[in-house]
Design a protein around this ligand. Structure first.
Ligand SMILES: [Zn+2]
Length: 255
């Protein structure tokens, strides 16, 4: 227990030190990318934009972005857009930065996983503290903002759920326990609905298990909040409580 406190305290101190000494300041060109390519940011009020930028600077300072499999150099666009997706998903908390996941690996497109022996577009590896994305699939998810399919949100949702459970760092148990229980109470029936062949609201991948359902639910929460609310307002409400934000505020119209 003592070791845990010493370790988490040291970790927190190191992160704060890094943020004050080596903070990655946003440039005008970063803001241009956010305004033109990241609709969630473009819709925010000026006050919330400032808050978003503060968080994005923190994320870009503490995460390491690494190109793999043909991505020779990580571009500014990659860093800003992937970082912005982390900020969006965690925007309900001032200090949630997913510290367990220090590295973001970026492949140009689908990559072969030697562990599962299949091609992947993205994954989260808690053992190594990494989030992996295919840039091609990430952009596809970002370009169509209304189909409830977004690889970046999906992978970061997995990382968020894991970070809430991981205890050897400065963050854990940030989910409201009641909201989390409420969300769980919907999982089994929603998974049953997806598994039946009747066309429904969520895509098939959500039926694999509760982790996949959570990730798919978050893709829809951010991309199709009004439709999600119409489909099941109580389930949508549990996610508003859990993520401490309601994307219907930003996305006013129903597509
Ligand atoms: Zn998944």
């Amino acid at each position: 227990m003592l070791l845990y406190y010493l370790f988490s305290g040291r970790f927190w101190l190191f992160e704060e030190l890094r943020l004050s000494i080596m903070r990655r300041r946003l440039k005008q060109s970063d803001l241009d990318i956010l305004e033109s390519r990241f609709p969630y940011f473009a819709r925010l009020s000026n006050k919330h934009k400032r808050e978003f930028c503060r968080k994005l600077e923190e994320i870009l300072t503490i995460k390491t972005f690494i190109g793999r499999g043909g991505v020779q150099a990580v571009s500014q666009e990659m860093e800003v857009l992937i970082g912005a997706t982390i900020v969006m998903v965690t925007f309900g908390w001032q200090r949630v930065r997913l510290p367990h996941f220090k590295k973001i690996l970026i492949y140009p497109n689908a990559y072969y996983s030697t562990i599962s022996k299949t091609y992947h577009k993205g994954e989260v590896n808690p053992r190594h503290g990494i989030i992996v994305v295919s840039w091609e699939a990430f952009l596809e998810g970002l370009e169509n903002q209304k189909d409830g399919l977004n690889l970046g949100i999906h992978e970061i949702a997995h990382a968020l759920k894991l970070e809430n459970q991981i205890r050897n760092n400065s963050e854990s148990d940030f989910f409201n326990p009641q909201a989390y229980r409420d969300f769980h109470s919907f999982c089994a029936s929603e998974i049953r609905k997806i598994s039946s062949d009747i066309p429904g609201f969520f895509r098939k991948e959500g039926a694999l298990n509760e982790h996949e359902f959570f990730a798919v639910a978050l893709e829809n929460f951010f991309e199709r909040p009004h439709q999600f609310f119409q489909y099941n307002s109580k389930l949508y409400g549990t996610l508003v409580q859990l993520l401490r934000q309601d994307p219907r505020v930003w996305i006013k119209e129903i597509a």
